[in-house]
Structure formats: structure tokens, C-alpha cells
Design a protein around this ligand. Structure first.
Ligand code: ATP
Ligand code: MG
Length: 798
């Protein structure tokens, strides 16, 4: 048996061992989907002898990609140890273990394309963007910069206020930015945005979009949307390039497939079937596409994620497919992560959703402890209560450390109260989702120097550093230079480095400019020959940036210096992990790093993060705070049944992060959105958990103790009142229930028509599962397909 099938159950083995063709793995949380995907990569390489360069694996975060690579390195090194020395890994001396790992790193890991959609396709563009044919004739070179949200905002603001001279209060740059991003994701050009928005406003939007596109191209820069859209367009328009990447990536693997959006799906299809309809594609010889996901954990619909893509996989690649290899589906039904109690609670919660397919998820672990529910006076008392529990646990269990604990919340703002308590008690913690390291001013400054070195057309970066640190280059000078660059139609850098012109300016500005040019020219001369970390050092020193911070001498300046040293460390780490990574690659990785990616293995500290950021992770101890109506579920979702179901999925994700212990809490008063204290009602989700799994209500800060039975009764009452509101009046009342029963007992068939209490009339397009467990996909007017459970959804046949 292949070494990579060890430590897996039968269903996982089947998935890992499925050699060619399409395969879908659907399974609930903690069932070993990610583990199966990782073992599959090892198996393809170590057992089937696949060339690592022929694999493409998509993860949801950069951190997940890094962990997957580390895991693979170990798996493959262990196998190598076995075959070379016939010796189990654990008996090898550390030196030899290291040598084997570094050999695997060089020969395999380095060749693998594992990363997020954005990282992978940014990498693909580094090869081929110069062959992209833009509909408006714009062009980019392979040295392109990646602009983050701040860069983009400043570019759009400049266009709106300076170029078009519009009032930013009436024509808000943020809203325009959103409209443009939306247009891009629909694949619209400015004309289509104009038509969509309509009127004078539509005209202005379109003009801003047009100028924004041109500005990006003039800066040789792309925004995040472009990183996916350009590859789609490029692969569609250029057969040769498409052929190349199709032939190259023989095995495509995607984790968290339920949060894929249309554009990402198009990319997968272009690579896997070379642009053909999946159902017509039959050339699977030595090729595969392997996707894993859980529709119950689809939580990114606000980013256009669409879990019907996951549900449609078998149809796309299956039934009608011309080959004998139809899409296979594997279900994993055992949960290895959580105690039976936690799992039962999560299963009970998610069963309240109607837009879902029922599945089995059995515990493999013991019962464990009851789930603890705490009611607190307000958010401050809640934070104190959580920290109190943490300290008790830590003291009582020598095997538990701070790093084993996580606090999850619905909104970033909730971290503040938690942080204050943690600081008060001296407990180390990290907030995932604060200001991104790479968004700090000093980091952006130094990176802007590097971007300019790679891509001199990048005027946004040039303007950022031209007079940072101060070189006496005044505002008027910069305006004159910018005018000249606009009039001549050449990048600003070309004007700045024109010594003749600059000297004619005279005075302090001229001196500063000449100094700046000398600096950039000097750095440019060595940029490609020295390591990124070395270059970061030189920029910091030669630009006078560090010297200025030292002169400043404040605590804040000292902080900034420390951050810059951390940037050198980040570059060093990048070099270690990517021996052949260029400066462009390092910059791309910095641009795409998200706050959830920070490597945090050294430090033993509590993790604070939003529920959204926690996807795919696990912790022995989880505190889920702020379980209140209007917070979680969010206010917006209270009147929208679909949105409420997404909140419930988010809650399911939260509960299933916990391995051993789960603590829930809510406050009876909370200060929301920086306003007044508001009375808070316990979350409807609390009442959906079986009360037998929940343990007492520990009063805190003098709050009156309420007996559990009373409390649960109250919760249920709140829920009943609430769900009536949620469903918008009568819909969930008695007559609706009768209708529901009728809809539940009916045997549904494709083509049947029905009426949904909120979505209106629709038609059944697919059936999933069979017998009592059948779920139906329904197409309603004006919205994407919905998956419904006929036993729960408010529907009636028509
Ligand atoms: P999620 O839906 O949250 O992403 P998942 O399905 O990807 O979860 P994994 O993270 O792969 O699940 O696995 C959950 C935990 O169970 C991990 O700690 C993993 O190591 C462990 N695990 C997975 N499969 C097995 C197995 N066959 N035997 C023992 N442990 C397993
Ligand atoms: Mg996973």
C-alpha cells in the first residue's frame, strides 16, 4: 500500500487513490477533506511519479498553502527515509531528517504551484501578461505592480477630485470604487457600466472607470480583480497560451470549493478542459480535477462566492460526460476534530437551514465536556468572563497553553474589549484582522521604493517616496513635474530623471531631485543581483529613512523602526521558502498577504479573529462571543431568510473549529457601532442547540443568576417571536406549516413548479440525494439557483 494512504479512512483512501478524471469530495466540517487533499498530492508525486510541476493546488489562504507545503515536505521525506534507509523517520538523527527534508524541498516543493487563486494567477500573469490583448489597446509588462486597496482608492480619488473635478461628497470615491470592482467582476467595459448605472451618474462612473483603467495601465499596475479577470480573458483569447497551461497542469486540486465564485470557476474550467464544455471533455488520460468542499460552510456570498458551483460539479463533469470516467463523488462521514458533544450541537444547528442537502457526520471522539453558555452584563463583563475562564483552564491543565485558545467574533470591532482584558491580565495574544502588517505606513514606503525599482512606470509608488524621507522637494515642483509627464505622455519617472530639465528648476527642489535620482539609479543597478532582504536594508539606509526615524526619536518612530526590521525578516523568510524567488515575486507575496497569514508558530498566544477568518482552522479551546440578535446573526440578516442561513453557516463554521472545549457567551447590554448601550437579546442560534448539551449559566459581574431551564425557555420564546419577525409575518405561522407539510411529503421531479414565501415562483432544475433525504435545486426569477430542503423550506407546489 502506498505510504500516503496510511492514517486515512476508507473513503479518504478512495478519494486519494482516484487517479484520473473528475472527483468531488463533499463532507462536513473536520472530516479530513484538507487532509485527503494533501495526501493526494503526496500520493500523485510519491506513488504515481507525477511531476510536481504538473500540479496546481488552490487553497483559501496563503497560510493554508504554507501549511500544506510543510506537511507535504514531511510526508515525502518520511517516505524517502523508508525507501532509502529502510528506517522509520523517528529513528533518524535530526541532521539526516533535515537533509532529507531539504532535498524534498529542492526537488518537489519548490516546483509545486500551491496557493490562493490570486497568488497562483498573479504568477501565471508574470509569464504571459505581455501577450494580453486589451479591448481598449492597453498593455502591461511582466514587471507589473499589484495595487492594494489603498493604492486603488488613492488613484480613484485623484481621478474624481483632480481630473474630473467632481465633489467627492456627492460622487463618493468609495462607492465609485465599489461600482467599478463590481463592473469588472461582471466582465463589463465602461460602456456597460454606463448603461447599467444610467443617466448623468452613469456617464461619470463610466468616465472614471475608463480613466482608472488607463491609469492602471500607465502605472503598469493591476488591482486584485484584474489578477483573476485578466487570466480568464487571456486564456480565452489566446489558444496557444491556453494549450500550454492546460497541458502543464495535469492535476488540479481545489480546497474550500464551496466558496468559489464564477470567475474562479471559469479559470478552473479553462485549465482543466482547455476551454471546452466539461460535459464534452473526455481527454482525462493521466489528468484529474479534484475538488473538496462543504456547502454548509459557504460564508463568502458577499464576495460573490456561489455554493451551487460545488453542487453542480457532478452535473458539469458527470452524467453527460462523453467519457467512461464520469465524475465520482466521495462522501466523508466521520469527524475527527471535535468531541461528540460539540459535533452534535453543530449538526443540530445546521439542520435548521432549508437551503441545504442533509448529510451524515458521525463523531469518532468521546463525548467530551458540555458546552458552556455564559450570560454577562455587557461586553466588558463578557471579556472579563472569557479571560477568567482562560486563566482557570490554563492553570488547571498543564497540557493547555495560550496558543491552544481562540476567541471568535462576528465583527472586528469586538476585539477591542477582549484585548483590554487580555492586556489587563498579561495574557499574550494576537489579533488576526487588525491593520495588515503590509499596510503600515513605513512598510508601504519601503515597499514603494522596491516597486519603483522593478517597475519605474509605477507613478503611485514614485509619488509616495519622492519626498519621503524629506528631501526638500516641494508640492509645486511635484505638480510641475506631473504636468510635464501628462503633457508629454511619458511616465513621471522619465521626467524626474531628466537631469537637464530638473536642473533648470533650480533651488532646493532641484538638489533633492538629483539626490533622489542618484539613489534610485544606484539601487536599480544592483536590484536584480542581490537578495530582496539585502535590498530592503539598502533602501532603508541609503534613502535616509532610518536616519530620519532615529532623529525623530519618539516611541512611535522607534516602533516604525522595529517594523522595518521585521520587514527585513519577512524578506529573509521569503527567501528561505522560495530559493529562486525574484524581487517581483517577493513584492507580489507582500501585496497578496492577508492579515490571516501571519506565521505564528513561535509564539504561544491566544488568537483573536473573526468567524470568517477562522475557516479551515482548528483549536482545542474556542470562545464564541457576542451571541446576540442583531450582532450574530447580523442585523442585516434578520429580514432576509437567505442571509440568515448564511449567518447560520457561519455559526456552524465557528462551532466546528473547537476540538475539545467550547464556550459561548452573550451580553444583556452592548454598546454597538460606538453608540449608546442597547439591550441585547440572545442569539436565535443559541436556542437551536440541544439544551442537553449545554451547561449552566454562570452569572458574572453580579448579574442575577438565572436557572438554566428558565433561561432556555426564555431563549426559545425569543426565538419563536423572532422567527416570526424573520419570516415577515404570517409566512411561518400555522397555515404555512400545513403548506410545508404538503411540500415535504411530495415526491419532487425536475420541472415541477413551486412557490416560495420569499423568492416567489420557481422551477425545480435538479434533484440531489434520494427518498426522504432529497434536496432540490430551484431556479427563481432574477436570482441564482437555490438549493432547498423540501421538508424545511417555506414552499408549496403550484
Ligand atoms: P474543515 O471543513 O473545517 O476545513 P476538513 O474536512 O478539511 O475540515 P481536516 O482539517 O482535514 O478536516 O481534518 C480535521 C482534523 O482531523 C485534523 O486534525 C486532521 O489531522 C484530523 N484527521 C483527518 N482525517 C483523519 C483520519 N483519517 N484519522 C485521524 N485523524 C484525521
Ligand atoms: Mg479543510
Amino acid at each position: 500500500m502506498s505510504a500516503f494512504l496510511a492514517g486515512l479512512n476508507d473513503a479518504q483512501r478512495k478519494a486519494v487513490d482516484h487517479h484520473t478524471g473528475p472527483l468531488l469530495v463533499v463532507a462536513g466540517a473536520g472530516s479530513g477533506k484538507t487532509r485527503a487533499l494533501t495526501h493526494r498530492i503526496a500520493h500523485l508525486i510519491g506513488h504515481h511519479g507525477a511531476d510536481p510541476a504538473h500540479l496546481l493546488a488552490v487553497t483559501f489562504t496563503n497560510k493554508a498553502a504554507r501549511e500544506m507545503k510543510e506537511r507535504l515536505e514531511l510526508l515525502l521525506a518520511q517516505k524517502l527515509a523508508q525507501s532509502q534507509f529502510g528506517q522509520p523517520w523517528s529513528t533518524l538523527p535530526a541532521v539526516e531528517q533535515r537533509q532529507l527534508r531539504s532535498r524534498i524541498y529542492r526537488e518537489v516543493i519548490k516546483e509545486l504551484w500551491i496557493g490562493t487563486f490570486h497568488a497562483l494567477f498573479a504568477r501565471l500573469l508574470r509569464f504571459d501578461i505581455d501577450k494580453f490583448k486589451d479591448p481598449e489597446g492597453l498593455s502591461w509588462t511582466r514587471q507589473f505592480s499589484i495595487y492594494d486597496e489603498n493604492d486603488v482608492q488613492s488613484l480613484i480619488k485623484e481621478i474624481v477630485t483632480q481630473e474630473l473635478q467632481l465633489d467627492p461628497k456627492r460622487f463618493e470615491p468609495k462607492k465609485v470604487r465599489w461600482a467599478i470592482s463590481n463592473a469588472k467582476n461582471q466582465g463589463w467595459m465602461p460602456e456597460q457600466l454606463e448603461a447599467d448605472a444610467g443617466g448623468q451618474r452613469g456617464k461619470l462612473m463610466a468616465e472614471t472607470y475608463r480613466r482608472y483603467r488607463r491609469a492602471l495601465a500607465a502605472n503598469n499596475a493591476l488591482d486584485f480583480d484584474d489578477l483573476l479577470l485578466l487570466p480568464v480573458q487571456l486564456l480565452r483569447q489566446n489558444e496557444q497560451i491556453r494549450n500550454y497551461w492546460h497541458r502543464r497542469f495535469r492535476h488540479v486540486l481545489v480546497d474550500e470549493y464551496q466558496d468559489t465564485n464564477r470567475t474562479q470557476y471559469d479559470l478552473i474550467k479553462l485549465l482543466v478542459t482547455n476551454g471546452r464544455e466539461p460535459s464534452d471533455y473526455d481527454d482525462w488520460d493521466g489528468r484529474s480535477v479534484f475538488v473538496v468542499g462543504d456547502a454548509d460552510q459557504s460564508i463568502y456570498s458577499f464576495r460573490a462566492a456561489d455554493f451551487t458551483i460545488l453542487m453542480g460539479f457532478q452535473d458539469d463533469f458527470g452524467d453527460g460526460a462523453a467519457s467512461e470516467t464520469t465524475a465520482t463523488m466521495v462522501k466523508l462521514e466521520e469527524n475527527y476534530r471535535s468531541t461528540a458533544t460539540i459535533l452534535e450541537a453543530a449538526n443540530a444547528l445546521i439542520a435548521h437551514n432549508s437551503e441545504r442537502i442533509d448529510k451524515v457526520l458521525r463523531p469518532t471522539r468521546g463525548e467530551g465536556e458540555l458546552i458552556s453558555l455564559t450570560r454577562c452584563d455587557d461586553e466588558i463583563a463578557e471579556a472579563e468572563a472569557v479571560v477568567h475562564r482562560m486563566r482557570m483552564l490554563e492553570a488547571a491543565h498543564p497540557d493547555l497553553s495560550w496558543g491552544d485558545m481562540a476567541v471568535l467574533y462576528r465583527t472586528n470591532a469586538q476585539s477591542r474589549a477582549m484585548e483590554e482584558s487580555l492586556v489587563r491580565w498579561g495574557i499574550p495574544y494576537i489579533v488576526v484582522g487588525g491593520l495588515r502588517f503590509y499596510d503600515r505606513r513605513e512598510i508601504k514606503d519601503v515597499l514603494a521604493y522596491l516597486k519603483l525599482l522593478v517597475n519605474p512606470a509605477d507613478t503611485v509608488s514614485l509619488l509616495r517616496v519622492l519626498n519621503t524621507p524629506k528631501r526638500g522637494i516641494g508640492k509645486t515642483t511635484i505638480e510641475r513635474l506631473t504636468d510635464a509627464s501628462n503633457q508629454l505622455g511619458i511616465p513621471l519617472w522619465e521626467v524626474v530623471r531628466d537631469a537637464e530639465a530638473v536642473r533648470s528648476l533650480g533651488g532646493r527642489s532641484a538638489k533633492g531631485l538629483l539626490q533622489f535620482c542618484e539613489l534610485i539609479n544606484g539601487l536599480q543597478a544592483c536590484a536584480q543581483d542581490i537578495a530582496p532582504s539585502e535590498l530592503v536594508q539598502r533602501v532603508m539606509e541609503q534613502s535616509g529613512y532610518v536616519a530620519e526615524l532615529i532623529t525623530e526619536g519618539t516611541d512611535e518612530a522607534e516602533d516604525r523602526r522595529r517594523n522595518l526590521n521585521e520587514l527585513v525578516n519577512a524578506a529573509l523568510q521569503y527567501q528561505e521558502e522560495n530559493e529562486e524567488g525574484s524581487l517581483e515575486d517577493f513584492l507580489a507575496s507582500a501585496a497578496l498577504a492577508s492579515d490571516a497569514d501571519s506565521k505564528d508558530t513561535e509564539q504561544d498566544r491566544v488568537t483573536l479573529m473573526t468567524l470568517h477568518a477562522s475557516k479551515g482552522l482548528e483549536f482545542p479551546v474556542v470562545y464564541l462571543v457576542g451571541m446576540e440578535q442583531g450582532l450574530f446573526p447580523s442585523y442585516r440578516s434578520l429580514e432576509d431568510p437567505s442571509a440568515l442561513e448564511e449567518e447560520r453557516r457561519l455559526c456552524y463554521v465557528g462551532l466546528t473549529r473547537a476540538k475539545e472545549r467550547l464556550f459561548l457567551s452573550h451580553a444583556s447590554e452592548r454598546r454597538l457601532w460606538g453608540g449608546m448601550r442597547e439591550p441585547a437579546v440572545p442569539s436565535v442560534f443559541l436556542s437551536e442547540l440541544p439544551s442537553a448539551l449545554i451547561q449552566g449559566d454562570i452569572p458574572h459581574s453580579g448579574g442575577a443568576s438565572i436557572r438554566r431551564e428558565q433561561r432556555l425557555d426564555r431563549l426559545t420564546r425569543v426565538d419563536r417571536e423572532d422567527s416570526r419577525q424573520v419570516a415577515g409575518g404570517g409566512a411561518a405561522g400555522a397555515p404555512a406549516n400545513a403548506v410545508r407539510r404538503r411540500a415535504a411529503t411530495k415526491t419532487w421531479a425536475v420541472g415541477d413548479r413551486l412557490r416560495h414565501s420569499s423568492f416567489g415562483e420557481g422551477q425545480v432544475t435538479h434533484l440531489f440525494g434520494s427518498g426522504e433525504k432529497v434536496s432540490i435545486a430551484v431556479k427563481f426569477q432574477g436570482m441564482g439557483p437555490k438549493i432547498l430542503d423540501p421538508r424545511l423550506a417555506p414552499i408549496e407546489p403550484v
